[in-house]
Design a protein around this ligand. Sequence first.
Ligand code: AP5
Length: 207
Amino acid sequence: MGDQQILIIGAPGAGKGTQSKRLAEEYGLEHVTTGDALRENKDVETEHGTPREYMEAGELVPDELVNEIVKEALESADGYVLDGYPRNESQVEYLEGITELDVVLHLEVGEETLVDRLTGRRVDPETGDNYHVEFDMPDDEEIRERLEQRDDDTEETVRERLRVFEENTKPVIENYEDHEGYVRIDGEQSPDEVWDDIREAVNERTA
Ligand code: AP5
C-alpha cells in the first residue's frame, strides 16, 4: 500500500473518477469518493432529508454528511486519492483539520467538453466502470446492454452541477494554486495522455 495523500479536483466530468481508479491501482491507494459513497446511501434519511434529493437536483449535499464520510474513510486509509471533496470553503477547513495533502491535481476541462462527456456517459452497474456513447463503448454486447445513465447526467441537471461548481468549487481550486503540491493538468487530452501527466506529477512530488 502506498502512503501518498492525493487530492484530485476539477469540474463534474473532468475525468476525476477515471484517473482516480488508475491512481489507486498504480500506487495502492484507497479511492475515497464522496460521489460513490453518497450514491450507495442515496435513500438514507437524515435530518436534512435524503442525499437523493440534492443529487438529482445537482445541488451539494449538506456538509455535515459529507464531512463525516470523508473523516471515516481517511481514518482507515494510509495513502489515498480523494475525489469529489472538498467542494466549498467550509469543506476545505474541515479537511485541513484532519489531514495534509502531498499532491493537488487540478484537471482542467472546458464547459462544452464537460457537457458532452456527462450527457454521453454510461455506467456499468455491475463493475462501476464508466463508458461513453460516442468515444468509448465496450465491445462485449452483454455489457453494452446493461449500461445505465446516471440520474444526474441529464442535460438540465448537468448545467446546474456546472453552475454549482463555478459558484462553490472554483474558488476552492483558486486557493489551492498556492499549495506546494498543486499541479494543473490538461484534462482535454485522451485518458492515456492525462494519465501520463498525472503519473509524472505524482512521481516528481512524492519521490
Ligand atoms: P460526483 O459523483 O463526485 O460527481 P462529479 O464531481 O459531478 O463528477 P463526475 O463523477 O460526474 O465526473 P468525473 O470528474 O469523475 O468524470 P469521469 O471520470 O466519470 O458527485 C455527484 C453529486 O454528489 C454532486 O452533484 C453532489 O450532489 C453530491 N456530492 C458529491 N460530493 C460532494 C461533496 N463533497 N459535497 C456535497 N455534495 C457532494 O468522466 C466523465 C465521462 O467522461 C465518462 O464517460 C468518461 O468515460 C469520460 N472521460 C473521462 N476522461 C476522458 C478523457 N480524457 N477524454 C474523453 N472522455 C473522457
